[in-house]
Ligand binder design. Structure first.
Ligand code: HEC
Ligand code: HEC
Ligand code: HEC
Ligand code: HEC
Length: 416
């Protein structure tokens, strides 16, 4: 007897709601890869979230048709208020009839979606209320809601005391949160980048029976056990999915490299990095800082920041727009560089200006007049040391390792 449901809260196809036009080709390849993998894994229901719409709603519709993917959304509507996807799916597991309902958060801007003008998103709460009634009429005895709402919004839905049993959400903020029971509803939240799967075991209590003390949390007549499983590289790979993934990654890498090569001419003969950088008003590059700050330069050279670009080269990702921003300075910033190309050489590595801000003005003033950030706050680090890319980041610990601007030899305790 089947007793497992495989569900997705959506928001998995794209990291952003819009992309530079030239990126679209390979962003689409990434999404195609995810969609085909959905099919192979055999999902029972896939909610549609804001971050699934970047290529257009027609894009999703065509994939649903091509692979019969079980997309659901109760509040994504076309002309005359007709739903674009089924609002829910009903799956029978043993003697249980389970309704899986999908809803998109409020305030999604369809104006950014390529074909968004043809669609609209209705009030999620009203849509949920309406569809829950339909599900009850259809005789379901358990309802799971999938959504891209924040945990606060999920809690509000729980407070309405509708006959919804489990709410599984994943919001824009990339956070896991442990299951909470709120008004007899179980609420879970997962991260957005597919780095974990949630495994939720539900056990029905027998009438008058005692529940296992190990499963001490109950809601209604159900106990549960939950685990978040981190999808680490070391995990065994599914042969078929892995082969397809490798193929796609190679195609994406080639596309990105072609794109990079199509941008601008390479550095002129005999031109050094510092000179090229100086032509730009704002970011001047580390070689310029070095002239007056030899001590900081030598210290910086010892840190991995000075080799950050090499890490990309080693991975074959040196022209990858998804990587370069944090392994360089000034990417798509004023006074920095716009395209990934050979011309970006002066900007590569996490140079001084990644933390102190662009130094053009400071240098023009001969250095003495300020014009540069002296205090480097934690927020600046967090632009790159995100949860996704630097999960162990603790400001106090990491900033000590830099020892930037410290007078005299680095104290022994700084190396702890
Ligand atoms: C022409 C020489 C010169 C160059 C080039 C230069 N600086 Fe400075 N910098 C100075 C002087 C002089 C001071 C002030 C002296 C001091 O307090 O140590 C200073 C101070 C600073 C300070 C402390 C600011 C403050 O308000 O006390 C930082 C941070 C700094 N520089 C970073 C940089 C960075 C980053 C670069 C490269 C983008 C750079 N400097 C390039 C000369 C220079
Ligand atoms: C522009 C993006 C960026 C900013 C801003 C940034 N870092 Fe980093 N940091 C990186 C990258 C990329 C690496 C990895 C370098 C490598 O090995 O390729 C790194 C590595 C480090 C490391 C080495 C980690 C290790 O495993 O030893 C420390 C320490 C560190 N950063 C501290 C900081 C601190 C503290 C700040 C803020 C004051 C900061 N960083 C700001 C991008 C950044
Ligand atoms: C949001 C900023 C950000 C982006 C985007 C980013 N990185 Fe990083 N990367 C970091 C930071 C920060 C570190 C340092 C992590 C730490 O030590 O805690 C790092 C570390 C690394 C390291 C480890 C260096 C080592 O061997 O220890 C490699 C390799 C790397 N990044 C490759 C990539 C690749 C490839 C991409 C693109 C797919 C990428 N990064 C995108 C911020 C970023
Ligand atoms: C990863 C971030 C980061 C990078 C990269 C970095 N610094 Fe710093 N720098 C800091 C931090 C943090 C401080 C300490 C600020 C404080 O004490 O509040 C500092 C302090 C300084 C100071 C002393 C400011 C003062 O007078 O107290 C100078 C000068 C300086 N940095 C110059 C440089 C130069 C030049 C480079 C490049 C060779 C560089 N920094 C690279 C983060 C960075």
């Amino acid at each position: 007897m089947r007793h497992t449901l495989v569900l997705s809260f959506g928001n998995t196809l794209f990291k952003k709601t819009s992309f530079h036009a030239e990126e679209l080709d390979y962003r689409r390849l990434v999404a195609n890869l995810i969609l085909k993998t959905y099919k192979d894994i055999g999902y029972d229901a896939i909610n549609v979230g804001e971050y699934d719409l970047t290529m257009g709603i027609g894009f999703l519709k065509s994939w649903r048709k091509r692979l019969s993917l079980p997309f659901i959304s109760a509040n994504l509507k076309g002309k005359e208020g007709k739903g674009v996807f089924d609002p829910f799916r009903i799956v029978t597991l043993g003697k249980y009839k389970i309704g899986i309902l999908g809803v998109m958060k409020e305030g999604v801007h369809l104006s950014r979606v390529p074909d968004g003008a043809l669609y609209h998103v209705t009030d999620p709460v009203e849509s949920v209320k309406e569809q829950v009634k339909t599900l009850k009429k259809r005789g379901v005895n358990f309802i799971v809601l999938l959504t891209d709402m924040t945990s606060m919004e999920c809690k509000k839905i729980a407070h309405l005391k509708l006959p919804i049993n489990v709410i599984i959400g994943s919001s824009r903020r990339n956070r896991l949160s442990l299951p909470k029971v709120s008004y007899q509803r179980l609420i879970l939240h997962l991260d957005r980048y597919g780095k974990h799967i949630g495994k939720l075991n539900l056990y029905c209590l027998k009438k008058g029976g005692k529940h296992n003390p190990l499963e001490s949390r109950i809601f209604g007549d159900i106990t549960f056990r939950n685990a978040f499983i981190a999808l680490k590289k070391e995990m065994p790979r599914d042969v078929k999915i892995a082969a397809r993934m490798d193929g796609y990654l190679e195609r994406i890498r080639i596309l990105k490299n072609q794109l990079a090569m199509s941008h601008g001419e390479s550095l002129r003969e005999g031109e050094n990095a510092g000179a090229t950088a100086r032509r730009h008003k704002r970011f001047v590059g580390v070689e310029v800082c070095r002239k007056c700050h030899e001590r900081e330069y030598n210290q910086w050279k010892k840190t991995p920041h000075s080799r950050a670009y090499l890490s990309l080269v080693k991975k074959g990702s040196q022209y990858d727009v998804d990587c370069i921003g944090c392994h360089s300075i000034g990417f798509r910033q004023k006074g920095g560089f716009k395209n990934v190309s050979k011309n970006m050489v002066p900007y590569v590595n996490v140079q001084c200006e990644a933390c102190h801000g662009p130094g053009g003005k400071h240098v023009k003033n001969g250095g003495g007049m300020g014009g540069i950030n002296k205090l480097v706050s934690r927020e600046i680090c967090l632009r790159c040391h995100t949860e996704e890319h630097s999960p162990d980041f603790i400001y106090r610990v990491f900033s000590r390792r830099l020892a930037c601007g410290k007078k005299g030899p680095v104290k022994a305790e700084a190396n702890k």
